[in-house]
Structure formats: structure tokens, C-alpha cells
Design a protein around this ligand. Structure first.
Ligand code: ADQ
Length: 475
């Protein structure tokens, strides 16, 4: 059996003893790596004065990881720059936040070349290579330029933007040419695949046959592989002692009130600001909830070095202060706003204690919190999932209360409906959601993707050339 080489920006090595606070993706990839043997390659997260290319190899719990350190300029231009100031906002339809900077494009190209230089010698001819996410779109082209003929797959965790939005990126054409050097591209939903299709057929004049797209003299298979959570592990965690303790603690503090919960990385794509505004409207228009319900929003800060993240954090601080200032009483706070991360077991206990979850991103590739909330519920008294229509998860979770996160009235009404929903309707909706979460879990996602990659006939080139690395020039 061939080995599997997983490459992603960061490597989430299994922690001692497994589970803990690890994400579902890390667990799934670690399990796949144990099954196939192989290696997980990426940036260590460390910054050094000058790039050396030195690779640190480690083994954690049966999984081999190989990491490189990056220099400060790499982190600024590639990670904070092109990946998170240019592609992330663009892919989440936030043109207002996109920063185009030639230095970012050059840094993105340079780090992808560094990744390729470092990892190429570690890859054997039969290895399957699976590259993850928007940080590393040019990596297959760089590996091809270094002579690799392996099957190389790509999975995009975020949305893929509509063709007209993508066309605002100076290097849009080159980015798509880079995708053509893969054998298989995985998207989260049909919507994102449709956007890719529209670009290839409409913008480039390419063609499609049986899921294989041809353009720029190359062909690539593209499909839909919605990611799931490690449902069994999450359900087990939700019944463990850590979850029980967290549940009891929060139920004690709820004191007979109803809790709405939001759990998100502190990111502008997650719609936390619109959620706060809709909740403020609930308290204004439905004063019967004052003193009888509250919102717990858990949002650990991420990407703190980026201005747009500092801005959203400041706005949320101000808004939460305003809401609490206007409505709080001596024995009741309407909004508990917590900026820290919790281990998986504790999160599960918190989810279980909530009457409803507000998962209302403005745009999201999938959204795993929606699935975690469902997995954690008590079957005899399940909570209600309020889910944005614009999360990838909405395509699989039609039994949630689907809302438009830009429409405060719609969200406010959904909150009121969730808080008053009869048990029979809650159970009916939850049962359908739960079955889906268990069936389409992260193991199914991984098996489905790897089987598709193995079945894809490996292209032998020629691929769109790597002669012109992604630079700052307009395409
Ligand atoms: P994210 O944008 O990070 O992922 P999401 O899918 O919701 O979004 O996953 C977040 C993960 O972080 C969840 O497992 C959640 O439990 C965890 N988390 C959030 N807040 C936490 C807290 N306070 N403490 C501990 N853990 C916390 C990207 C894409 C998504 C896509 C995933 C996977 O943006 O659309 O679903 O990748 O492909």
C-alpha cells in the first residue's frame, strides 16, 4: 500500500494521550497516517532570524511529522499577508477587507517553493500526496517542477469564490493554473464547485466532462467532499467526566434560565457582530426574555497580528459592553462574552447545556461547530441549531433553523422560535441532524476523498508551467 504524505500550513501533531483539545481534522488525519503510514509536513509555527530549510522529524503517537521553521518575513508576507490578508477575505466574499500587495504575492510564492524544496526529497514515487487549504495552492506546481509525478490531491477548507469575485485578484489566472497541476481538487459543497466550474467554463473557455475539467492544456478532477467531525469521539467526549463537570457547572450558573450559545474563532467571517446586534434586538422587541435567557459567546482570538482581526475584536468588545450596559441587572447579565479556548470535553458539556446554538457565519466553507453542537445534545431534551444559510453545513443540515445572518429580524425571530420550540419538534429536527452528523463524519470524508484520489488516473503532464512563480503582477 502506498504511503500518504499530508501537507498543510501547520501540523497538528497528536498530543500525548490523544483527544484533549485537538480538532477533528487533526484526529482524522492522524488516523489516516497511522493506517497508511506516511508523514505530515508543514510549518512548525516557529519564526527564526534566517530561513535554513532544516527539517525536524518527530514521531507522536504513531504519526511522523516533519516541520520547518519560517523566517519573520515569510510569516509576514505568506501567512499574515497573502494567505490571511488577501485570500482569506477574498474567499469569504469580503472584498472590503482584501489587501493586495506585491510583496505578499512574492512571499506566498517563496514559501511554497521552500515547502517544495524541503518536502520533495522526502516523497517516494508511490506516495499519495494530499495538500490542504488556501495557503498552499501553488505547491503541486512547485512539486511537479521538481519532477514529482505522484498523485497529488488538494482539499480546500474554505469557500471558493464566484468567478467575478476571484477576478479581482491580480493573480487569479495563475492561481487557477496552479490548481490544474493537481490530480484531484476537493471542495466542501456544490456551491464552491459551481464557482470553480463557472470560472473554468466561462472565464477560461475550458471544458468539463464527467467531473474532469480541462483548461490551460491540463486536466483535473474536481468533486465535493463535505468534511465532518469525529462524531463517535465527540459523542464519547460529550458523555465523559469533563463534559459532565462543565455541564453541571454551567447549569448551576444558568439558574433556570435559557442559554443561547455561540462558539467561534474570533473571525469576521463568523458573523459574531451581526449575531450580537440580532440578540440586542431580541431583548428590545421581546422584553419577556430579559432576565430569562442569556447569550454565552465563546470566541478565542486568532490571527491577532492582523489589523482586521484587531478591528473586529474592538467592535465586539464595544458592542458587548453596550448590550450589557443597557440591559444587565444586579442578578443577570445578558451577554457572557468569553475570549478563551476550551478543551473538547468542556465544550461538549457547554453545548449540551444550551437551549439553542447560534452558528451564523456570513460565509463559511463548512462549519464544524454546527456538527459538534448536534453531536453533544441530550437525545431526551435536545437543543435547537440556528444555522446560517451561508455556511457550507447548511446544505447537509436542512433540519436546523436556517437563517440569513445579514437579516437581523430573521435571526431575532429564529432565536425567539428556538427558545420556545416544543420538545416534539426539537426531537424531530435533532434526530435528522444527528443521523447526518454520524453518517457523514470525518472518517467517511477521509475515506471518500482518498478513494477518489486513488481512483483518479495520474496525469503525466505537461502541466501549466512553473516558470513564472506567483508574483505581484496582474494576470
Ligand atoms: P474554522 O474556520 O476554524 O475552520 P470550524 O469548522 O467551525 O471553523 O472549526 C472550528 C473548530 O475550532 C471547531 O472544532 C471548534 O470546536 C473549535 N473551537 C472554536 N472555538 C473554540 C473554543 N473557544 N475552544 C476550543 N475550541 C474551539 C475551517 C473553515 C471551516 C471548515 C473547517 C474544516 O473555515 O468552514 O469547517 O476549516 O474544514
Amino acid at each position: 500500500m502506498s504511503r500518504m504524505i499530508v501537507i498543510s500550513n501547520r501540523v497538528a501533531a497528536p498530543t500525548q494521550g490523544g483527544a484533549g483539545s485537538q480538532g477533528g481534522l487533526a484526529v482524522a488525519i492522524a488516523a489516516a497516517l497511522k493506517e497508511y503510514r506516511g508523514m505530515w509536513f508543514g510549518w512548525s509555527g516557529e519564526r527564526i532570524a534566517e530561513y535554513t530549510g532544516a527539517i525536524s522529524i518527530a514521531r507522536h503517537d504513531g504519526v511522523t511529522t516533519a516541520t520547518i521553521d519560517l523566517e519573520e518575513q515569510d510569516v509576514d508576507e505568506y501567512y499574515n499577508g497573502y494567505a490571511n490578508k488577501t485570500l482569506w477575505p477574498l474567499f469569504h466574499y469580503r472584498l472590503d477587507l482584501v489587501e493586495f500587495d506585491r510583496a505578499f504575492g512574492a512571499g506566498y510564492a517563496r514559501v511554497n517553493q521552500r515547502f517544495a524544496d524541503a518536502v520533495a526529497p522526502l516523497i517516494e514515487p508511490d506516495d499519495l500526496v494530499w495538500i490542504h487549504d488556501y495557503h498552499l495552492i501553488p505547491l503541486a506546481r512547485e512539486l511537479r517542477a521538481r519532477g514529482l509525478k505522484n498523485r497529488i490531491g488538494f482539499f480546500l477548507h474554505t469557500p471558493w469564490p464566484p468567478a467575478r469575485l476571484l477576478a479581482t485578484l491580480p493573480q487569479h489566472e495563475e492561481l487557477v493554473q496552479c490548481l490544474m497541476t493537481y490530480d484531484l481538487i476537493g471542495f466542501q459543497t456544490e456551491d464552491w464547485l459551481d464557482s470553480f466550474r463557472a470560472y473554468i467554463l466561462g472565464q477560461v473557455g475550458g471544458s468539463e466532462s464527467d467531473g474532469v475539467f480541462t483548461a490551460y492544456g491540463a486536466s483535473v478532477r474536481a468533486g465535493v467532499f463535505p468534511i465532518g467531525i469525529d462524531a463517535e469521539a465527540f459523542i464519547a467526549a460529550a458523555h465523559g467526566p469533563e463534559a459532565d463537570a462543565a455541564h453541571d457547572r454551567i447549569v448551576h450558573s444558568i439558574a433556570g434560565r435559557k442559554m443561547l450559545v455561540g462558539v467561534d474563532r474570533l473571525d469576521y467571517s463568523k458573523g459574531i457582530e451581526d449575531r450580537f446586534l440580532a440578540y440586542e434586538r431580541l431583548l428590545t422587541d421581546h422584553p419577556e426574555w430579559i432576565g430569562r435567557a442569556f447569550l454565552l459567546q465563546i470566541a478565542p482570538p486568532t490571527r491577532a497580528g492582523i489589523g482586521s482581526y484587531q478591528d473586529i475584536r474592538e467592535r465586539l468588545d464595544a458592542l458587548s459592553g453596550r448590550i450589557n450596559g443597557a440591559f444587565a441587572d444586579v442578578d443577570w447579565v445578558p451577554l457572557r462574552y468569553v475570549n478563551r479556548a476550551y478543551p473538547r470535553g468542556e465544550l461538549a458539556g457547554i453545548y449540551r447545556a444550551a437551549t439553542a446554538a447560534l452558528v451564523t457565519p456570513l460565509r463559511d466553507g463548512m462549519n464544524l461547530v454546527a456538527k459538534e453542537y448536534v453531536a453533544a445534545q441530550d437525545p431526551d431534551d435536545p437543543g435547537v441549531l440556528i444555522l446560517s444559510k451561508f455556511a457550507g453545513a447548511a446544505t447537509q443540515m436542512g433540519s436546523a433553523l436556517l437563517v440569513n445572518p445579514f437579516d437581523g429580524q430573521d435571526m431575532m425571530e429564529a432565536m425567539d422560535r428556538a427558545l420556545t420550540m416544543p420538545l416534539a419538534e426539537r426531537k424531530e429536527r435533532w434526530t435528522e441532524l444527528y443521523d447526518g452528523v454520524r453518517q457523514d463524519d470525518v472518517l467517511a470524508w477521509r475515506e471518500h476523498y482518498i478513494a477518489a484520489l486513488q481512483e483518479t488516473p495520474s496525469q503525466q503532464g505537461p502541466w501549466p508551467s512553473a516558470a513564472a512563480p506567483v508574483q505581484g503582477q496582474p494576470a
